[in-house]
Write a protein that binds this ligand. Structure first.
Ligand code: PAF
Length: 282
C-alpha cells in the first residue's frame, strides 16, 4: 500500500495508472475509519483495478461552531485497516495543499443543498462539493463510492457529476449498522454509554416507520409524528429535522405513492447524528 501526501505525486501516479489502462476506484474519507468505510472500500475493490482512498478532514465543510477541532483522528490505525481491506493508495494531503493562500473557488448547487442537513449546516455541502471536485481532479478516478448513510451528500454528488459532465461513475454504498441498529459514524465515538443507548431511538423509529408503511400507512405527517414522539421522549435528544421526501429532489411529500426517503437528524447530548431509510409502499 502506497501513502501519497503530495498532490503532484498523486496526479502523476493516477496519470500513469490510466496510461496503463487501470480502472481507478476511489473512496474519499475524513479518516477515523469504521466498518461503514471499510464496506465502501470492499465495494470499490470490486469496481476497479486499483483502489485509492483519501483521508482528509475538510475544514471547508465545517461551520464555525462545529467539531472541526475535535473531529476524531487515528491515522495509524486507519492505515492498518485500509491495508487489511486491500487499499492500494492512501492519499493524505494537508490543509495547506488543498486550500493554499489565495484559494477562492467553490462548487455550489442551487437546490439540493437547501433541504435536510443543508438547512442547519449552511456551508456543509459547498465544502463537500468543492473538496470532492478537487479530489476527483487529483485522484482522477473512473468510479467513486459514497455511503447511503449520507443520503443527501450522495444525491448532491450524483447531481454535480451529472451537471458538470464529470466522467466518473458514482456508486452508492449500503448504510452499515452496529448489531443493535445504530448507523455507523465516526461521530458515534463522542457518545457516552447513556447517549449511545438513547441514540438507538433513531434506527428504532425508522424501523417502526417501515412497519407502519407495511401496514398501510401512507400519510407523512403520521409517520413523522410517530418518530417525533419516540425521539422527543428522550430529554437528551434534540430533533433537527424529520423529513419524508422525494429521494431524488429531497422535496417533502405529503402522501407516499412510491419509494420515499425518511431522513432524520438528531442531536443526542452534543453529538449530531443522522440516519435514513427508503420507505417502500407495496
Ligand atoms: O462523507 C465524508 O466523509 C466527507 O463528506 C467527504 C465525502 C470525504 C468529503 O470530505
Amino acid at each position: 500500500m502506497e501513502i501519497i501526501d503530495s498532490i503532484q505525486k498523486m496526479q502523476e501516479t493516477s496519470n500513469r495508472l490510466r496510461r496503463e489502462g487501470k480502472r481507478i476506484a476511489f473512496v474519499p474519507t475524513m479518516g477515523f475509519l469504521h466498518a461503514g468505510h471499510l464496506s465502501l472500500m470492499q465495494a470499490a475493490k470490486k469496481n476497479g483495478d486499483v483502489l485509492a482512498i483519501s483521508i482528509f478532514v475538510n475544514p471547508a465543510q465545517f461551520g464555525p461552531n462545529e467539531d472541526l477541532d475535535s473531529y476524531p483522528k487515528a491515522l495509524e490505525s486507519d492505515l492498518a485497516k485500509a491495508k487489511a481491506v486491500g487499499v492500494d493508495i492512501v492519499f493524505t494531503p494537508t490543509k495547506d495543499q488543498i486550500y493554499p493562500d489565495g484559494f477562492e473557488t467553490y462548487v455550489q448547487l442551487e437546490r439540493l443543498p437547501h433541504h435536510l442537513c443543508g438547512l442547519s449546516r449552511p456551508v456543509f455541502f459547498q465544502g463537500v462539493t468543492t473538496v470532492v471536485t478537487k479530489l476527483f481532479n487529483i485522484v482522477k478516478p473512473h468510479v467513486a463510492i459514497f455511503g447511503e448513510k449520507d443520503f443527501q451528500q450522495l444525491a448532491i454528488i450524483r447531481r454535480m457529476v451529472n451537471d458538470l459532465n464529470m466522467d466518473i461513475e458514482i456508486i452508492g454504498g449500503t448504510l452499515v449498522r452496529e448489531s443493535d441498529g445504530l448507523a455507523m459514524s465516526s461521530r458515534n465515538s463522542y457518545l457516552s454509554d447513556t447517549e449511545r443507548k438513547e441514540a438507538l431511538r433513531l434506527s428504532q423509529s425508522l424501523t417502526k416507520a417501515q412497519e407502519m408503511v407495511a401496514d398501510g400507512e401512507r400519510n407523512s405527517a403520521a409517520l413523522s409524528a410517530m418518530v417525533s414522539a419516540h425521539i422527543g421522549d428522550c430529554p437528551m435528544a434534540e430533533i433537527d429535522y424529520i423529513s419524508v421526501c422525494d429521494p431524488d429532489t429531497l422535496t417533502e411529500v405529503e402522501t407516499l405513492t412510491g419509494p420515499t426517503l425518511m431522513a432524520l437528524a438528531v442531536t443526542i447530548g452534543t453529538t449530531r447524528l443522522i440516519d435514513n431509510t427508503v420507505l417502500i409502499p407495496s
